[in-house]
Design a protein around this ligand. Structure first.
Ligand code: PHB
Length: 402
C-alpha cells in the first residue's frame, strides 16, 4: 500500500545511493550472493557515461570484473600494462611492475567500467533508478532505513531496506548524515589542479608516462589507437577557454622534452577540463544502518590512479559483510567493514600524496626543491627497493580478510 504522496513502495534488504561504478558493482556482487538491492542516482546514465575519469585498474580489480561476470570486454578493449614510465631530468625510466612484483595494471577507462556494470545490471534484471531528484535518506539510526525520491518520470518512490549504502561520490549527501559531533573529516588541499585533455592523435607511448620537469607535471595516457588522454599540472582557477590547442601542445611538449628527443604526437583537442583534487577521508565509514563506500568516504588525488580501485575494494568487502549480516541477522558483522576497508584507504592516501608531491611543482618552490625532487626520483628509479616500492603501491595490495 502506498503512503500519501508515494506512488511506489519497495522493500529490499539493501538500498544503494549512488549508481556509479562503486554502487553498481556492489549491487552486482550482492545479486550474485542472492541479496536483492536497488541503486539510485541523481545523474542520468548518459551524464555518467560522458564524464571522463581515470583509466587504470589494478589487475585484481580487472580480474574481479571478468570473473564475477560483469564483462570480458576489458580483455579485448583494455590494454594490459606491465610497467610505467617516469620521466625526469629529460630522461625516461621504466618501472617494470611485472618483473618487480609479478603484477600488471589495465588501462581501461572508468566510463567503460560503468557501461559494463550498467549493462550487466540490466542484463541480470537489477533495478537502477538514474536521474532521480528530491532524494531523502531517512531513519539510518534505526533498523528500517528508507530512501525517498522522485523518479525520472515524476513518480514518487519509497524504498524500505535493512541497510543503506552511501556510494554517492565525492559530493556525497549520505556522509553528511553522520552527526557532526560523531564524524571526523581528514582533508588536504593542493595548490594545483590537472588540466585534462582528450585529443585525436596516435599514441605517443605504449604505456603511461608520468613526467616531472621544472615546468611542472604532465601525464601521458591513452584511450584508443586514435584518441589520447593527457594531463598537465595547472592552477586550480585556470580557465580552459584561454588554452587554444597550440598553447596546450607547447606546454605538454615542454614538460616531456629531453635529450632522447621524445615528442608527443599532436592532434585536435576535443575536450578540455580542469580537475581540482584533494585528499579526504571521513570516519567512521558506518553509522547505524548506513555504510559509506568509495569517494563518498574518501577521495585521493588522481596521481596514483587509486580512486576507482579503492572504491571497488570497499564494495568487495562490503558485499561480503552485508551478505553475512543479513544471513545471520547479526548487525555486529558490520563492525568488520571499517577496519578491513580503512587500512587500504590510508595506504592509498599516503601513496597518492607521495606520488603527487614527487612529481608536481608547488608554486613558490625554488631550484633547491626541484633538485631535491630529482634526488628523490633518482632514489626511486635507481634502486630496486625504490622501484619495488612504487610497483607494489601502484598495482595494489592484497585484501585483508578480517
Ligand atoms: C587516465 O588515463 O585517465 C589516468 C591514468 C593514470 C592516472 C590518472 C589518470 O594516474
Amino acid at each position: 500500500m502506498a503512503d500519501l504522496g508515494t506512488d511506489h513502495v519497495s522493500d529490499v534488504p539493501v538500498v544503494v545511493v549512488g549508481g556509479g561504478p562503486a554502487g553498481l558493482m556492489l549491487t552486482h556482487l550482492l545479486a550474485r550472493a542472492g541479496v536483492e538491492s536497488i541503486a539510485v542516482d541523481t545523474r542520468t546514465r548518459h551524464e555518467i557515461e560522458t564524464t571522463h575519469r581515470a583509466g587504470i585498474l589494478e589487475a585484481g580489480a580487472a580480474r574481479d570484473l571478468v570473473e564475477t561476470g560483469v564483462s570480458d570486454r576489458i580483455l579485448r578493449d583494455g590494454h594490459e600494462h606491465e610497467g610505467t614510465e617516469l620521466r625526469f631530468d629529460g630522461r625516461a625510466h621504466r618501472i617494470h611492475f611485472k618483473e618487480l612484483v609479478g603484477e600488471s595494471v589495465w588501462l581501461y577507462p572508468q566510463t567503460d567500467v560503468f557501461i559494463d556494470l550498467a549493462d550487466a545490471r540490466a542484463r541480470d534484471g537489477g533495478t537502477v533508478h538514474f536521474g532521480i531528484s528530491d532524494t531523502e535518506v531517512l531513519d539510518i539510526e534505526t533498523d528500517h532505513p528508507r530512501v525517498r525520491f522522485t523518479a525520472e518520470d515524476g513518480a514518487r518512490h519509497e524504498i524500505r531496506a535493512r541497510y543503506v549504502v552511501g556510494a554517492d561520490g565525492s559530493r556525497s549527501m549520505c556522509r553528511d548524515l553522520v552527526p557532526e559531533g560523531r564524524r571526523h573529516r581528514f582533508a588536504k588541499e593542493y595548490p594545483f589542479a590537472w588540466f585534462g585533455i582528450l585529443a585525436e592523435a596516435p599514441m605517443s607511448a605504449p604505456e603511461l608516462v608520468y613526467a616531472q620537469s621544472e615546468h611542472g607535471f604532465a601525464l601521458i595516457s591513452q584511450r584508443t589507437e586514435t584518441v589520447q588522454r593527457m594531463y598537465f599540472q595547472c592552477d586550480p582557477d585556470e580557465d580552459v577557454d584561454s588554452w587554444p590547442d597550440e598553447r596546450i601542445w607547447e606546454t605538454l611538449q615542454a614538460r616531456v622534452a629531453g635529450e632522447d628527443g621524445f615528442r608527443l604526437k599532436e592532434g585536435p583537442v576535443f575536450e578540455k577540463t580542469v580537475l581540482r583534487f584533494r585528499s579526504f577521508v571521513q570516519q567512521p565509514m558506518r553509522w547505524g544502518s548506513m555504510c559509506l563506500a568509495g569517494d563518498a568516504a574518501h577521495t585521493v588525488p588522481p596521481t596514483g590512479a587509486r580512486g576507482l580501485n579503492l572504491a571497488l575494494h570497499d564494495v568487495k568487502v562490503l558485499a561480503d559483510v552485508l551478505t553475512r549480516a543479513l544471513g545471520t541477522g547479526d548487525d555486529a558483522v558490520l563492525e568488520e567493514y571499517q577496519p578491513r576497508a580503512l587500512q587500504r584507504v590510508w595506504r592509498a592516501q599516503n601513496f597518492s600524496y607521495w606520488m603527487t608531491q614527487l612529481l608536481h611543482t608547488a608554486p613558490g618552490t625554488g631550484d633547491f626543491d626541484h633538485r631535491r625532487q630529482v634526488g628523490e626520483l633518482d632514489n626511486v628509479v635507481g634502486t630496486r627497493a625504490g622501484r619495488t616500492y612504487l610497483a607494489e603501491q601502484y598495482t595494489g595490495w592484497p585484501t585483508r580478510e578480517s
